[in-house]
Design a protein around this ligand. Structure first.
Ligand SMILES: *Cc1c(COP(=O)(O)O)cnc(C)c1O
Length: 419
């Protein structure tokens, strides 16, 4: 078997079969997991490039290894595109993930033991925003704000009150499961009043932000983090952005050598691809469809009497409280998976259940929109979801036409036809 020419199927049939199985699953399942998307063929090619062999540390023009000419070109392309896409003064495209991007920001602006104010995980925040089980929560003194228990919305007066009490050195806004717009300027006023740095994490809304469909965090926050694989439709990884050029060095030093070593260059190349795609005019149309689809999906679920948190959405995601149905998030996730619909269980505001059971599900439209589904299809998806949940709540069998309808939708919108 020749190292340079043997295909994966020949060299490692066992692994090749697992990957083939995953591709088949993606083709057959309707992906409503909000943190997922389908990357382009161009992105897959960049990820599979032999640039993966190159080791570099540091930044373009100041590397610790030689032979970095093309690595520098690749990273510079990604940085320039990120800056252009978000109107940022500086971008760091090296973070291996969104969590690493956030950790780097903690390192950049905080000393161990400093106080941080962030959204509660149970209210829609993220692990890397100071959850006790995460390094961010173990090293810092983290305080949390939630959402208004009756409206499910952020209440900035309540956040300001906690901020005045806690006097945090850093405030984190942005969430994993919050369906409404985030008022970054409102957060900045609070940060300024208490002398805190404002970090905006736009992982779930980055595409909408880039397309101008969500308030812009760059002028409001000192520093902005995102993942590239959710609503930006790119590869797995993170980016740190800032509108303040004076913070550039501090951020770069925190990413490397602060929390990471060498650069995953094929990932950086793939980030450049997705950022280039997002700079093209068609991307705005895609982002508009993601939002219109999320609103259509939310509307159908509201019409069907489901407990849609905040009764709608301004984002790619819809959060459904299943407690009125007497159904747990875990049971709903399993029932939907049996008909070919992938969602994730998710805590809802004030959730009494632990996160591994949860009282809600989170649905996202980024992946489905990339696949080609429009509002009519998402309305149909909403009806199918409602039908499955009603059957599960009543302990009834789901009619066979439901998985058949899911399969039909998947067949009508194929992915990776030549893969
Ligand atoms: C997904 C997400 C992250 C982390 O992303 P990873 O790449 O999984 O580390 C960070 N913040 C928010 C708000 C997210 O939703």
């Amino acid at each position: 078997m020749d190292h340079f020419t043997a295909s994966l199927a020949d060299a490692d049939p066992e692994l090749a079969a697992a990957l083939e199985g995953e591709l088949d699953r993606q083709r057959r399942q309707l992906e409503l997991i909000a943190s997922e998307n389908y990357v382009s063929k161009a992105t897959l090619e960049a990820l599979g490039s032999p640039i993966v062999n190159k080791t570099v540390e540091g930044y373009p023009g100041r590397r610790y290894y030689g032979g970095a000419e093309f690595a520098d070109l690749v990273e510079t392309l990604a940085v320039d595109r990120a800056k252009r896409l978000f109107g940022a003064a500086h971008a760091n495209v090296q973070p291996h993930s969104g969590s690493q991007a956030n950790l780097a920001c903690f390192l950049a602006f905080l000393e161990p033991g400093d106080r941080v104010l962030a959204m509660d995980l149970a209210a829609g925040g993220h692990l890397s925003h100071g959850a006790p089980v995460n390094v961010s929560g173990r090293v810092m003194e983290v305080h949390h704000y939630g959402v208004d228990p009756t409206t499910g919305r952020l209440d900035l007066d309540a956040v300001a009150e906690i901020a005045r009490e806690v006097r945090p050195r850093l405030i984190v806004c942005g969430a994993s499961a919050y369906p409404r717009e985030i008022d970054f300027s409102g957060f900045r006023k609070i940060a300024d009043e208490v002398g805190a740095v404002l970090l905006a994490d736009i992982a779930h809304i980055a595409g909408l932000v880039a397309a101008g469909l969500h308030p812009d965090p760059i002028p409001a926050a000192h520093v902005v983090t995102t993942t590239t694989y959710k609503n930006l439709r790119g590869t797995r990884g993170g980016i740190v952005l800032t509108g303040d050029a004076e913070l550039a060095d501090r951020i770069d030093r925190a990413v490397f050598p602060g929390v990471q070593g060498s650069v995953i260059l094929n990932a950086v190349a793939a980030k450049a691809v997705c950022l280039g795609e997002a700079l093209r005019p068609e991307f705005t149309g895609w982002a508009q469809r993601v939002l219109a689809n999320a609103r259509a999906l939310a509307e159908v679920l509201v019409d069907r009497g489901l407990g849609v948190v905040t009764e709608g959405t301004d984002t790619p995601l819809v959060l459904v409280d299943l407690s009125p149905l007497g159904l747990t998030g875990r049971d709903a996730q399993e029932a939907l998976e049996r008909v070919g619909i992938a969602v994730n269980k998710n805590p809802v505001p004030g959730d009494p259940r632990p996160p591994w059971i949860a009282s809600g599900i989170r649905l996202g439209t980024s992946a489905g929109t990339t696949r080609g589904l429009g509002e009519a299809e998402f309305r149909r998806v909403g009806e199918l979801v409602a039908e499955v949940l009603a059957a599960a709540a009543a302990g009834r069998e789901v009619p066979r036409r439901v998985p058949a309808a899911v399969a039909e939708l998947c067949d009508a919108f194929p992915i990776y036809p030549d893969q």
